[in-house]
Design a binder for this molecule. Structure first.
Ligand SMILES: Nc1nc2c(c(=O)[nH]1)N[C@H]1C(S)=C(S)[C@@H](COP(=O)(O)O)O[C@H]1N2
Ligand SMILES: [Mo]
Length: 320
């Protein structure tokens, strides 16, 4: 399978001299051409025409969601400097130290598989300003720390409805950009690249599942997964894949990057569960960054009422 990626050509080699000072505009035109050339989906463009960049203007004014937690927010500096984003390196500071290497505009997302409207889409055409809202969610990392994060984003279900998966689509697979020039961490095999995650279709359609494009009312910082990342608040943080370039609808359950690396430690579901220990440590408690002491970890990260129905009849010790 050939993987779509940005051309790894230094900017000065592809930008004609007269256009140099209009780089942004040029990049957009180049993106437009690439998108036209690749099997342009007919339906979506007609169904949801949006002038470029409108959602970026709407981001700061996004209304607050009823689905937000009212817990104290983790401070912005912590959220943007204590990160897991292995494409930039394995240390918590690597993503904020190296994040500026990532070029996030223009950005294209490839939609493929069991779906009526496959294609290579300009991100600006996929995000509708009226979908945006602020969602404050807890994020519980598998390493037993947590934060409270004010995301700006939209319900993934809105986008899935636009793309129209076929009846064969049982899972949605997400992939992060693969480009070792921008992601120094991809020059080493710490994980199988591109970072891959998946959700069962009913999980992807759940109203709590969002795609985030902002944080603290501003565009998403690169270290947090710019320009667009998944957020699934009842699952361990690693399911919330960053800097997404591929959405693939398929019948088979995919193997995620962490599952592939250590199947005994990371399952496909990755639901937060204080009763199922990681083989090397307990998941019963967590450290909320910025607090002293520890908190009890809650089943489904506190979202039991909303999501337990998705897993009725499943043995959650087997399907961890
Ligand atoms: N592409 C990609 N997505 C990723 C990761 C990663 O290494 N690469 N780390 C995951 C993990 S382990 C966590 S806890 C969250 C952290 O998100 P944050 O840095 O925005 O808090 O991102 C997840 N998404
Ligand atoms: Mo994590």
């Amino acid at each position: 399978m050939t993987r779509w990626r940005y051309p790894a050509i230094p900017e000065h080699e592809i930008t004609p001299e007269p256009l140099y000072h209009h780089r942004r505009q040029f990049m957009k035109q180049a993106a437009g051409l690439a998108i036209t050339a690749a099997a342009l989906p007919t339906g979506l463009a007609a169904a949801a025409p949006q002038p470029s960049d409108q959602w970026r203007d709407a981001l700061a004014q996004a209304p607050a969601s009823q689905l937000s937690t009212d817990e104290t927010l983790t401070d912005e500096r912590t959220i943007t400097s204590y990160n897991n984003f292995f494409e930039f390196g394995t240390r918590k500071r690597d993503p904020s130290d190296w994040g500026h290497y990532l070029q996030t505009d223009p950005w294209a997302i490839k939609v493929e598989g069991e779906v009526a409207r496959p294609g290579l889409y300009d991100l600006n055409k996929l995000v509708r300003p009226d979908w945006l809202e602020e969602r404050i969610y807890r994020l519980r990392c598998v390493e037993a720390w947590s934060m409270v994060i004010p995301w700006t984003g939209f319900q993934l279900s809105h986008l899935i409805e636009q793309l129209q998966p076929t009846s064969k689509a049982k899972y949605l697979v997400f992939e992060t950009l693969y480009d070792p020039q921008q992601f120094p961490g991809q020059r080493r095999e710490t994980l199988r690249w591109p970072y891959t995650e998946g959700l069962r279709m009913d999980e992807a359609m759940h109203p709590l599942t969002i795609m985030a494009v902002g944080l603290y009312g501003k565009p998403l910082p690169n270290q947090n997964g710019a320009p667009i990342r998944l957020v699934v608040p009842w699952k361990y943080g690693f399911k919330s894949i960053k800097s997404i370039v591929t959405l693939r609808f398929q019948e088979q359950q995919p193997v995620s990057s962490w599952q592939q690396m250590a199947p005994a430690e990371y399952g496909f579901y990755a639901n937060v569960n204080p009763g199922v220990s990681h083989p090397r440590w307990s998941q019963a408690t967590e450290r909320r960054l910025g607090e002293s002491g520890r908190r009890k970890t809650l089943m489904f990260n506190g979202y039991t009422e909303q999501v337990a129905g998705l897993y009725q009849g499943m043995d959650l010790e087997q399907f961890y």
